[in-house]
Design a protein around this ligand. Structure first.
Ligand code: DC
Length: 223
């Protein structure tokens, strides 16, 4: 049976996660937040005091991690690592920067690719990340590349962090996002680029609902 897939790639703070959950809830599909997998590995590396600059240590760690996702009704997931609830701790900006460091390693990407593909489940999957349309699901039914201005992305991420109780300045968030943009764009393996057949949407001046509806319209016409 063919299981349909919509991929949503884009830089940090472009709204990928929120939009993916919204679309999945409208269509009744599953979601894959691939960035959380990179964050989980980065979190485990730090927690165990391992060397984040050593690719083989990071890669070898992955097989030993017991990761589970518990989906709530609103589509938000509770994430467990070896039974510890790490849903919020992996959202801090330092963990995002560490995730972006380990995301440069091709062996880590290959290992996580297998895990990401195991998320495909009927009746459909909305997968968000940086390389969903280019590498992980190159035959997806619809590929979206979601962007927004740096200023807008920093404002959104700042609000998300504040809502989680993290007191960081907007300037600091903007700086962290710029660092990650650079790391994700310039890496050799699976850099952040739109797939050649992706539809590009700039969400700077659009609401979550407007973007979600546009994507669902595009999906309906893609079949
Ligand atoms: O989407 P996010 O902010 O949670 O992602 C954290 C980091 O993980 C991001 O800066 C780069 C990396 N990442 C990646 O390389 N490929 C993906 N598909 C998703 C995330």
């Amino acid at each position: 049976m063919h299981i349909p897939i919509i991929t949503i790639d884009g830089p940090s703070g472009s709204g990928k996660g929120t939009i993916s959950r919204k679309i999945a809830s409208i269509l009744g599909w599953k979601t894959l937040d691939s960035g959380s997998l990179y964050r989980i590995v980065a979190f485990a590396v730090r927690k165990l005091g391992l060397d984040i600059n050593n690719e083989s240590i990071v890669k070898n760690l992955i097989a030993s991690l017991i990761i589970s996702f518990d989906a709530a009704n609103d589509g938000k997931q509770t994430i467990f690592l070896n039974e510890e609830n790490i849903t919020n701790v992996i959202r801090v900006e330092n963990c995002g920067i560490d995730a972006s460091i380990i995301a440069r390693y091709s062996s880590v990407r290959a290992e996580l690719m297998v895990l990401q593909r195991s998320f495909v489940e009927a009746p459909g999957l909305v997968a968000d990340g940086r390389d969903m349309g280019t590498f992980v699901f190159p035959r997806a039914n619809l590929k979206i590349f979601l962007t927004a201005s740096l200023n807008e992305r920093a404002k959104r991420r700042h609000k998300q962090l504040k809502d989680l109780g993290n007191n960081v300045s907007l300037t600091a968030v903007s700086k962290d996002i710029s660092i990650r943009d650079k790391q994700d764009l310039e890496r050799t393996h699976a850099p952040l680029v739109p797939a050649s057949d992706a539809c590009i949407i700039d969400s700077s001046d659009m609401s979550i609902l407007e973007v979600s509806e546009e994507i669902i319209e595009l999906y309906k016409h893609s079949n």
